[in-house]
Design a protein around this ligand. Structure first.
Ligand code: SAM
Length: 227
């Protein structure tokens, strides 16, 4: 059963998720405390539920962002390359950078958010700059417009890939762009059907291990102009 709560402010929401065990580590809590959801979610920023951010899109619920950070945190180190597919509001992309920067400021760090809605690309850049313009100015965080199903080969291979919308089947291009030792987490399953947050670990020889983490309900990765 999904946990639902609301915080009086960002810190209170994160504190509650920590108390409830949704956030397991202090380092994830700190990255989320430093990234105030008010910059990314104009509606009910501190409610643990998806919220509309316009253009028919939602920012995912805080507990899903927390799970993503927890599942990927061992792969978020200074100098790492991270891809956030369907970056939407830019919130989780910012958390990835803050998590890594807390461990060490490495100019080689790359956190790439890819989003196919042009208006959301612009909005997320605005959100990130209102939060802290240093994130984009540093060149360590990049937001690009494009079809995330194809990944972003220019910055590959990635140590961690997160996908914020459901793939109908295992997304092969993303697996190909995963570094040896890297981890991909992606909801997999049909629109409106049984979907599972699925983890793919690539070992040092490039062999893939697939693990189903939990049942989820996500909107699908789509063509931008589907009818
Ligand atoms: C549930 S929203 C999550 C957004 C973001 N993770 C957040 O929490 O703000 C899913 C996002 O995936 C984007 N999306 C869907 N299909 C896509 C595709 N083929 N390529 C890139 N982005 C896509 C949507 O536009 C939307 O922003």
């Amino acid at each position: 059963m999904a946990w639902r709560s609301v915080g009086s402010d960002n810190a209170d929401l994160i504190r509650k998720m920590r108390e409830f065990g949704i956030i397991a580590s202090e380092s994830v809590a700190q990255a989320m405390i430093k990234t105030d959801r008010k910059y990314y979610s104009p509606r009910n920023p501190y409610m643990d539920a998806p919220q509309s951010i316009g253009y028919g899109v939602t920012i995912s619920a805080p507990h899903m962002h927390a799970f993503a950070l927890e599942y990927l945190r061992d792969h978020l180190s200074p100098g790492a390359r991270i891809l956030d597919v369907g970056s939407g509001s830019g919130y989780l992309t910012a958390c990835f950078l803050r998590y890594i920067d807390e461990k060490g400021d490495d100019p080689n760090t790359r956190v790439v958010g890819i989003e196919h809605q042009p208006e959301l690309v612009q909005q997320s850049v605005k959100n990130l700059n209102t939060d802290d313009p240093k994130m984009l100015d540093s060149g360590k965080l990049i937001i690009v417009e494009g079809d995330g199903r194809k990944g972003m080969p220019e910055h590959a291979p990635y140590d961690a890939i997160h996908v914020g919308a459901a793939a109908a089947v295992t997304p092969i291009p993303l697996l190909e762009q995963l570094a040896n030792g890297g981890r991909l987490i992606v909801p997999v399953g049909p629109e409106g059907g049984d979907q599972y947050m699925t983890q793919y670990d690539k070992d040092s020889e490039g062999k893939i291990k697939e693990t189903r983490l939990m049942g989820v309900m996500y909107v699908p990765l789509t063509d931008l102009h589907r009818s």
